[in-house]
Design a protein around this ligand. Structure first.
Ligand code: NAP
Length: 306
């Protein structure tokens, strides 16, 4: 049995692992099939302290992982299928293993949300994507649109503006939510256009995207734009499907926490985007991972002393 199992290997999970092993706790990380989390899907990270000229997201995650391995953190590259937190030791089943632990840190992060249009889902991978870094290359010298008005949408539009002939940002309101610096960056690009007060009603195309049908939210007017690619950047949802009925979740699926880190089950802690819908930064996730490791350490010490 492992003393501590950490589920997730983004900045939250890896920071928790580094602190836990250095605190003398036997720690296993279930890294998941898509190890590294959302930073694996980004390029320039300019706001993580310590990298004065910025760093690529995947490189930052590789560095964190190597740091954890230096302290002999063990990793399993599988997804968790189910958990049983009703009794201690806690049980975690992966695709091929059944594991048990005295304490668990949940750091499974969040995934991109979709508009949930039938046409969008049908054309996913055929011109519809939620990751410009992954799929942008296919749209070199083509016309693309990005849906959303937040930081993610601005990052996607900025990235795509370097590849596509034109990137159109489509936002449902007339004001962007994104931080000012990102807004200015994207607005400075000559090949980025903005379409405000508009929602995508349908993605057009049979085998690949050929355009989109838009509705003006003020006038109800329907219009069409011809394009080759559509990038959805409308926010994220927490990866907590396997936790239903095990810990308390709110109506959006985020883990309900006490003191930031403690879930509704004693001995089960959370860190990062799985419970944080406000800050959602690599550095805040890493900070939460550190706190979760300290709290798990204290919990395990108290278990031994009773
Ligand atoms: P977000 O801030 O929640 O923005 C989502 C955007 O999508 C909003 O503009 C929202 O419109 C729009 N939207 C939501 N549902 C929609 C729907 N069904 N149809 C059309 N539009 C829809 O999400 P995010 O941009 O992914 O950012 C999430 C967090 O990560 C934020 O805290 C952000 O600061 C952080 N982040 C930071 C960076 C960075 O570079 N520092 C990069 C990426 C993300 P409304 O504005 O009308 O609500």
């Amino acid at each position: 049995m492992d003393k501590l199992i950490i589920i997730g290997s983004g900045p939250a999970g890896l920071t928790a692992a580094i602190y836990a092993v250095r605190g003398g706790i036997n720690t296993l990380v279930i890294a998941g099939r898509e190890a590294g989390g959302q930073l694996m899907l980004t390029t320039d990270v300019d706001d993580f302290p310590g990298f004065e000229t910025g760093i690529q997201g995947p490189e930052l995650m590789a560095k964190m992982r190597k740091q954890a391995e230096r302290f002999n953190v063990r990793f399993i590259g599988e997804d968790v299928v189910s958990v049983d937190f009703s009794k201690e030791p806690f049980t975690i089943k992966t695709e091929t293993k059944s594991l048990s632990a005295r304490s668990v840190i949940l750091a499974t992060g969040a995934s991109a949300m979709w508009l949930n249009l039938e046409s969008e889902q049908r054309l996913r991978g055929r011109g519809v994507s939620a990751c410009a870094v992954c799929d942008g290359f296919f749209f070199k010298d083509k016309v693309v649109a990005v849906v959303g008005g937040g930081d993610t949408a601005m990052r996607e539009a900025n990235y795509l503006s370097k590849l596509a002939t034109k990137a159109i940002v489509i936002h449902r309101r007339d004001a962007l939510r994104a931080q000012a610096a990102l807004q200015s960056l994207v607005k400075s690009k000559s090949n980025v256009e903005f379409v405000f007060n508009s929602t995508v009603e349908e993605v057009l195309g049979q085998d690949k995207v050929t355009g989109i049908k838009l509705k003006n939210t003020q006038t109800g007017e329907i219009s069409q734009i011809e394009l080759d690619g559509l990038f959805i950047a409308i926010g994220h949802k927490p990866n907590t499907g396997f936790l239903k009925g095990q810990i308390e979740l709110d109506e959006r699926g985020y883990a309900v926490v006490k003191d930031e880190i403690q879930t509704s089950v004693e001995g089960i802690f959370v860190a990062g985007d799985v419970s944080d819908h406000r800050y959602r930064q690599a550095v805040t996730a890493a900070g939460a991972g550190c706190k979760a490791a300290f709290d798990a350490e204290e919990y395990l010490e108290n278990l031994v002393s009773v």
